[in-house]
Design a protein around this ligand. Structure first.
Ligand code: BG6
Length: 497
C-alpha cells in the first residue's frame, strides 16, 4: 500500500513512551525508507519547548536514540521534520485551535495536505476529551483529507468504562479510524502464529479437541514493578497483561481460519473467539484463577524488595503481580480442551511462549517411555520471545537393539529467516496505521468482550472471594498454580530453562 503524505501528531511527546518507543520507531521507519516523502511530525505536550529544544530532547539527548549507532547526518536530516506545539490544557479548545493553525502551516510547508494521525500517549483520563477537542475544531474530519486516532493502553478499566470510552470516541471518529494499540500484535512472532496455522496444511487437521490435550500460554518477566508502582497498583497483572496482550495471543492460537487475511475477517474471527470464552464467575474464580503477589527474593537481576515495599505501592496492597488461570472455550473446535494462561513479575526468566500439548497415541507400543500414561510427549512450543521460534517435541527410536523411545526436539529459530533486523513492534504498528490498515489493532467490540471475560474475576477479587497467594521473587510463582492442572493427566506448566 502506498502511504499518503501526512502529519503525525504525538500528544504527550515529552513523556516516557514517546522517548522510549515512539520517536525511535518513527526514526527507524525514516531510515528504512518507509515514510512518505511528504511527512512531518508534530510533538504536543504541556512543556514549553521550541522546535529546536524539542529536537534536542527527543533525538540528540534521548538515551533511547543514543547508543544505537545512528548516523549523525541522517539524524540531523530527520530532525528537520520534527516540530513542537505547547499546550495549556491537552483537551482545551483554544489549544486545539492553535494546533490546527500549526498543522495548516506545516501542511503547506511540507505539502502533506490535511492528513493526520493523532497519537494519544497521555494519561488515559484524556483519551476521550482530546478527541472531543479535536472535533470541536474539525480536525476529526478534515476537508480533503483523513484523520486517524491512535489510543494507547489501558483501554478502559473494566467493561463499563471501555464501553463508555468506545462510545465517546466513536461519536467523533469512525471506528475504522480508531487504532487501539496493543504492542503484542506488533510482535513478528505473534503474527507468525497465524502464518504457522494457516499457511501449513498439516497443522490444521490436528488443531482441535480431537488431537490437542491442552494449550498453555506463559508470559514471564524477571523485572518487578520498579518505579511504576503508582500505575501498576491500580492495574495488576490481569488488567496489565491478560485482558489485552495475552488474550490477543490466545486469539491467534485459537480463532477459526479467517476467510481473508484482512482486518475485517481477522478481527471478526477474534471477536467470535472472545465471545466463546466460558465465563468464570463466583466460586469458580477461586478454583480456576490463582492470583499472587511477590515477596522479597533474589532474581536474575539481583535482590528485589517485596511488592508492597515498592515505591507507590500501599503496605496492604492486594494487587496481583502474578495470575495463573484455567478456562475453556465453548465452540466446536475447542470443546473440552483446557486452556491455561499465566503471567507474572519477578519470575526466573523473561519468556513468552505458547505450548500446544498433543494427546498420546492410543497405546504405548514401545518401552522406554517415562510414565507413558502420565505424560504427553508431543508438544509444539511456539516461542514468542526471546529466542523467537518454534520447537516440536516427539519420540524417536533410541539407536540399538529393541524399540526404545526417546523424546527429541526439532528446533527452528526465527532469526535464521532473515539477516535484517526484525522490525520493532511500534515501527510495524505505526506503519500499518500510516497505511490505513487496522488489522493489527484491537477492534472496539472485541476489547469490550475481552473485558467482559475478566470483569467477573476482578469483581470476585474485589470482594475478596479468592485468596491472594504469595511467592518469592525469582521463583516460578505460587504452588497453588500447579493445582490448576489437577485431574489433567499428561501435562503441567512448562517452565523453560
Ligand atoms: C506492558 C505492560 O504493556 O507490557 C508491562 O504494561 C509489561 O507491565 C510489558 O512489562 C511487557 O511487554 P514485553 O514486550 O516486554 O513483553
Amino acid at each position: 500500500n502506498p502511504i499518503d503524505p501526512h502529519i503525525l501528531i504525538i500528544y504527550g511527546a515529552s513523556g516516557d513512551l514517546a522517548q522510549r518507543k515512539l520517536i525511535p520507531a518513527v526514526f527507524d521507519l525514516y531510515r528504512g525508507g518507509y515514510l512518505p516523502e511528504k511527512f512531518a511530525l508534530l510533538g504536543a505536550s504541556r512543556t514549553d519547548y521550541t522546535d529546536e529544544a524539542f529536537r534536542e530532547k527527543v533525538l540528540f539527548e534521548n538515551e533511547f536514540m543514543q547508543g544505537n549507532g545512528y548516523d549523525e547526518d541522517q539524524l540531523k536530516a530527520f530532525s528537520e521534520l520534527l516540530f513542537y506545539q505547547d499546550l495549556k490544557a491537552y483537551d482545551g479548545v483554544e489549544d486545539a485551535k492553535k494546533l490546527k493553525a500549526k498543522l495548516e502551516d506545516l501542511g503547506e510547508q511540507f505539502e502533506t495536505g490535511s492528513n493526520y494521525i493523532f497519537y494519544l500517549s497521555t494519561p488515559p483520563k484524556l483519551y476521550s476529551s482530546i478527541p472531543k477537542a479535536l472535533a470541536e475544531v474539525g480536525l476529526n474530519k478534515p476537508e480533503n483529507g483523513w484523520s486517524r486516532l491512535v489510543v494507547e493502553k489501558p483501554f478502559g478499566y473494566d467493561e463499563k468504562s471501555a464501553k463508555q470510552l468506545n462510545e465517546e470516541l466513536q461519536s467523533v471518529f469512525r471506528e475504522n479510524d480508531i487504532y487501539r494499540i496493543d504492542h503484542y500484535l506488533g510482535k513478528e512472532t505473534v503474527q507468525n502464529l497465524l502464518v504457522t496455522r494457516f499457511a501449513n496444511g498439516f497443522f490444521e487437521p490436528l488443531w482441535n479437541r480431537n488431537y490437542i490435550q491442552s494449550v498453555q500460554i506463559t508470559a514471564a518477566e524477571t523485572v518487578g514493578v520498579g518505579s511504576r508502582g503508582g500505575y501498576y497498583d491500580e492495574s495488576g497483572a490481569l488488567r496489565d497483561m491478560i485482558q489485552n496482550h495475552l488474550l490477543q495471543v490466545l486469539a491467534h492460537v485459537a480463532m477459526e481460519p479467517p476467510i481473508r487475511a484482512d482486518a475485517y475477517s481477522i478481527r471478526g474471527e477474534k471477536m467470535k473467539l472472545f465471545q466463546s470464552l466460558r465465563a468464570i464467575t463466583g466460586e469458580q474464580v477461586a478454583q480456576q484463577v490463582v492470583r499472587a503477589q511477590y515477596d522479597a527474593g533474589d532474581t536474575k537481576d539481583g535482590h528485589v524488595e517485596g511488592y508492597r515495599e515498592a515505591e507507590g505501592v500501599p503496605d496492604d496492597s492486594m494487587t496481583e503481580t502474578y495470575v495463573a488461570m484455567k478456562f475453556f472455550i465453548d465452540n466446536w473446535r475447542w470443546a473440552g480442551v483446557p486452556f491455561f494462561i499465566r503471567t507474572g513479575k519477578c519470575l526466573p526468566l523473561k519468556v513468552t511462549e505458547v505450548v500446544i500439548t498433543f494427546k498420546n497415541p492410543p497405546q504405548a507400543l514401545f518401552s522406554g517411555y517415562d510414565d507413558y500414561a502420565l505424560k504427553c510427549d508431543n508438544q509444539l512450543i511456539m516461542r514468542i520471545q526471546p529466542d523467537e521460534g518454534m520447537a516440536l517435541e516427539f519420540g524417536m527410536k533410541v539407536p540399538g537393539e529393541g524399540f526404545r523411545v526417546k523424546n527429541v526436539d526439532m528446533d527452528f529459530f526465527y532469526r535464521d529467516l532473515t539477516t535484517k533486523d526484525v522490525p520493532e513492534s511500534y515501527s510495524r504498528l505505526l506503519l500499518d496505521c500510516m497505511k490505513g490498515d487496522p488489522t493489527l489493532y484491537a477492534r472496539g467490540d472485541s476489547v469490550e468482550q475481552a473485558w467482559a471475560f475478566v470483569d467477573p474475576i476482578l469483581q470476585a477479587w474485589e470482594k475478596n472471594e479468592a485468596p491472594l497467594a504469595r511467592y518469592t521473587a525469582g521463583t516460578w510463582g505460587p504452588e497453588e498454580a500447579d493445582r490448576l492442572w489437577d485431574g489433567i493427566t499428561g501435562a503441567s506448566w512448562r517452565n523453560p530453562a
